[in-house]
Design a binder for this molecule. Structure first.
Ligand code: ZN
Length: 152
């Protein structure tokens, strides 16, 4: 069965979005995660789930990403997960803030560390879809917040 995306985009960025949609990265569940992040949008049925396993210095050593719903939520969850390996939780939070800023205000030419997430700039033309693109980040931020408050 071929999966038909609900949202087709042209150009290099569009190809990247479709690539992550069709070949999602880190699509599995971790049995032993330190950070559990899940967010659901009841209006459109999008769901993003991310898990992080951390080493003793709070660096990400394993990532999982599972999303259901539209093509944008699936691509965005995969893209975000692909950037997390090896980062500290502080670096993950800083990256997330930059990504949110880029979706609201546009990305600068120097923001190459946002990686494939930059491709989601094409979604900025469709304001209702920005929420889809940011849902995995919202999940991750809540998950990190919960992890930090349990850790103290
Ligand atoms: Zn969506």
């Amino acid at each position: 069965m071929t999966q038909q995306p609900d949202f087709l985009l042209d150009g290099l960025y569009g190809d990247l979005v479709m690539d992550h949609y069709r070949n999602p990265r880190n699509l599995r569940l971790l049995s032993d995660a330190d950070v559990e992040a899940e967010e659901f949008n009841p209006f459109c049925g999008d769901r993003a789930r991310l898990q992080l396993a951390l080493d003793e210095h709070c660096h990400v050593i394993d990532v999982s990403a599972v999303a259901e719903g539209c093509s944008i939520i699936q691509a965005a969850t995969s893209m975000l997960s692909a950037l997390l390996q090896g980062k500290s939780l502080d670096e993950v939070s800083a990256l997330g803030e930059r990504f949110r800023g880029a979706m609201k205000n546009g990305a600068g030419a120097d923001e190459t560390d946002l990686g494939d997430l930059l491709a989601l700039q094409v979604v900025r033309k469709y304001p209702v879809r920005i929420k889809c693109a940011l849902l995995p980040l919202t999940a991750l931020e809540e998950g990190i917040k919960a992890y930090r408050s349990n850790d103290k």
